[in-house]
Design a protein around this ligand. Structure first.
Ligand code: O7E
Length: 221
């Protein structure tokens, strides 16, 4: 496995830097701030020939099926899309999932967010939606290690991606040790003086920690 890091690109990085980083990344997640800065055309140009496993669009889609499909259609250069699960199945996520499947694209659903105010009141409902839709993966905040372990137990081999590492206080490697597959990291990389060096250091910290995850649910892929 070349890396367990997904770069959260919420700010433009140069093509040269991205090219330098491509072999040290699992994927790149592009956020609204980036696309609002560059526009769709330039974003596509910047990412088009990068050798990473997934380009994930993170607009946290939360609308009726028709609108979500129209958004996805305009971003066909990406391999994967993130939607909120709270919007429910019929007329929304069922239509989006069908469309993504038909176009060989992946869906990730938000399960647990990383910020303090995220409520667990709807956990059962969210888990039911995830079961019904059966996405490629789910997002569980890396700041909530018990939730990662809980969702790993409940959802077996479903991919878990975890934001909140570094800038939001979670320690690199802890999410993977708790059961996540990949850690989503933004500011600690793109705001670093040398983003490539920062990424390499983070990769090393994660790999070292994973080697010593005693009793963790972590599974080798
Ligand atoms: O804190 P940073 O700079 O490392 O960036 C974190 C990224 O993860 C940023 O793009 C933000 O939108 C995203 N994120 C969270 O921080 N918390 C969440 O609960 C969920 C996400 C997220 O990526 O959701 C979809 C995967």
């Amino acid at each position: 496995m070349k890396s367990r890091v997904i770069l959260a690109m919420d700010k433009p990085l140069s093509y040269q830097i991205l090219k330098e980083m491509e072999n040290e990344l699992y994927g790149i997640k592009i956020g609204l701030p980036l696309v609002l800065d560059l526009g769709v055309h330039k974003t596509r140009e910047l990412l088009n020939d990068l050798n990473v496993e997934e380009i994930i669009v993170d607009f946290k889609l939360a609308d009726i099926g028709f609108i979500m499909k129209s958004i996805v259609e305009k971003l066909s250069f990406a391999s994967s899309f993130i939607a909120h699960s709270f919007i429910g199945v019929k007329g929304a996520l069922d239509e989006l999932k069908k469309y993504l499947d038909a176009n060989s694209k992946n869906l990730y659903l938000v399960a647990v967010m990383s910020h303090e105010g995220w409520s667990t009141l709807f956990t059962d409902y969210i888990k039911n939606v995830i079961r019904e839709i059966s996405p490629k993966g789910i997002v569980v905040g890396g700041t909530k290690l018990d939730s990662i372990t809980e969702y790993r137990k409940d959802f077996g081999k479903m991919t878990i991606i975890s934001p909140g590492m570094g800038s939001q206080g979670a320690s690199y490697g802890d999410a993977v040790c708790a059961g996540a597959d990949y850690e989503i990291i933004g500011r600690s990389i793109y705001n670093a003086e040398n983003p490539f060096a920062a990424l390499r250091t983070i990769n090393k910290i994660i790999e070292d920690k994973v080697m010593n995850c005693k009793g963790a649910i972590f599974r080798e892929k």
